[in-house]
Design a binder for this molecule. Sequence first.
Ligand SMILES: Nc1nc2c(ncn2[C@@H]2O[C@H](COP(=O)(O)OP(=O)(O)O)[C@@H](O)[C@H]2O)c(=O)[nH]1
Ligand SMILES: [Mg+2]
Length: 344
Amino acid sequence: MKIGLIGHRGAGKTTIFNMLTGLRAQVGGFGGKEEVHLGVIKVPDARIGKLSQIYKPKKTTYAEIRFTDFPPTQGEDNLKSNNTVVSQMREVDAIALVIGDFEADAKPLKDLNDLLTEMILADLTVVENRRSRLKKEKARPLEENLLERCSIALENEESLRNLAFNPDEEGLLAGFGFLSRKPLLVLLNQPEGKAGQALDAAYLKELKRRGLDGLALAAKAETEIAQLDEADRATFLKEIGIDEPARDRFIRASYSLLDLISFFTAGDDEVRAWTITQGTVARKAAGKIHSDIERGFIRAEVIAYEDFIVLGSEAKCKEAGKLRLEGKDYVVKDADIAHFRFAV
Ligand SMILES: Nc1nc2c(ncn2[C@@H]2O[C@H](COP(=O)(O)OP(=O)(O)O)[C@@H](O)[C@H]2O)c(=O)[nH]1
Ligand SMILES: [Mg+2]
């Protein structure tokens, strides 16, 4: 999964990037040209740890999230649709929109509206370019009607994520990577004094009104703590009133926002977590591992994680009737331990 950090200059994007990844990319220092920062994290999952203890595999593999910390785009920091940074933004699966709320004169609601509008305008440019090209080509009524609908919404300053599309339309839209259609999580970056506090009710209400989810964090304080030795971390977090590090809250919120779940594969060679969307059927899930397994899918042998932990081994699960044989259309559940049988 790829998540992009987007926001105004000085909002705390790079600070948050460092907090999430444990890297030390340069914060502040806005003199020169800022770079795109890339980082990968393993998604902490205690269940993988437990499976590893039992299977003692050669290799343990956690799910991953890839972060891109985008610089504000050139000029007055506006998103320009032909900008190379914006085209990279179009490739992420979800956007974390960073809003600075730690200075006395912060205007978090204005910043939010400005950023949403910029994304809408960037999308509108793409829609209009495509529409004028289509006028010169042979008629494609489905796409033309679809883009007209998008254009009207965007002209009304409405994000495309608020529109409903049928599967054919989804297919047509997929290639555009519209920013205003990407799942979006607002990260409100608060001062240390507000560390551990939930998102302000009034702000949350404004987000909900726009159909968005948000998370409050105190990035600077949390980044400093995240860079301490593990032993000291919990003490400091407690001192400033934080129960759970923002990194963990962020990961949980992202999974929920994107409707993601994990299934596991487990054996002597490897215990591994795989990320899929809720509602993915067994055959598609198998394709995450290898396209051959999807193509030659025969069946899935599935044990629920909870059953496995209670009974302690695959053999015991089989005895107790807890190993299920499932077909290609079985909807995989969170924490299913799956073996796929296939032939190519
Ligand atoms: N006081 C305070 N300063 C912050 C906070 N977050 C970021 N900063 C500072 O604001 C400046 C810009 O942060 P940076 O992460 O580089 O912003 P970016 O432009 O969005 O990447 C840096 O000097 C940070 O130390 C915060 O929560 N509180
Ligand atoms: Mg930065």
